[in-house]
Design a protein. Structure first.
Length: 201
């Protein structure tokens, strides 16, 4: 009688181990999540690259416009031909007087324009510096993302191998040949590693 009672105890323990192995096997069904995470990471990198290209194109257009503006402002002022009416009193005609007034106003405003051009150039240089920093940061993020994706790929391969190992162990338990024994320590170690891997993911 004691022997039968002991046999029931071993069977119950074996069933519990088998159920635990089945649960761990079910927990390996996160491979779709890993693939989805890898796809999401790739899309994030592509979006950042596209944004960087758009910003770079915009900066180039701004710089080109500024250079054209500076080139035009540096040209010598040329007076357009005007009709001059000379009176006997040697007074300037209204057209000539208006041109002189505009020229004088433009000469007075020239320092302000040059100051604005310098400020514009400084802003463009700062924007270019910021753009270069963003480019370096994007390159670093892309490198880190690539390393992370490679790490996920290795984890996925490890999970595949461990899944095969647990499936084989579970098959042996279901056949009954090892139903009265403890689950090997190696299998328990694999299960613990799988739990840790799932937490990290």
């Amino acid at each position: 009688m004691p022997q039968k009672s002991q046999q029931r105890k071993y069977v119950s323990r074996g069933e519990a181990r088998r159920e635990e192995a089945e649960q761990e096997l079910c927990s390996l069904g996160n491979q779709d999540q890993i693939k989805e995470k890898k796809l999401h990471n790739k899309e994030a990198v592509d979006d950042k690259e596209q944004l960087y290209k758009e910003v770079l194109r915009s900066r180039k257009e701004e710089r080109s416009k500024w250079k054209e503006h500076k080139k035009n402002t540096e040209k010598p002022l040329e007076s357009s031909p005007v009709e001059v009416k000379v009176s006997t009193e040697n007074k300037k005609s209204p057209l000539v007087a208006k041109e002189d007034e505009d020229l004088q106003t433009e000469q007075l405003d020239q320092p302000k324009l040059e100051t604005a051009d310098v400020k514009r150039l400084q802003d463009l240089e700062q924007m270019n510096k910021t753009l270069q920093e963003e480019k370096a940061l994007l390159k670093k993020e892309k490198k880190e993302m690539q390393a992370k994706m490679e790490n996920l790929e290795r984890q996925n391969q490890d999970l595949e191998m461990k899944k095969d190992l647990i499936e084989e162990e579970l098959a042996n338990l279901q056949q009954g040949g090892r139903a009265f024994r403890e689950v090997p320590k190696e299998t328990r170690r694999v299960i613990m590693e799988l739990r840790e891997a799932n937490k990290e993911i």
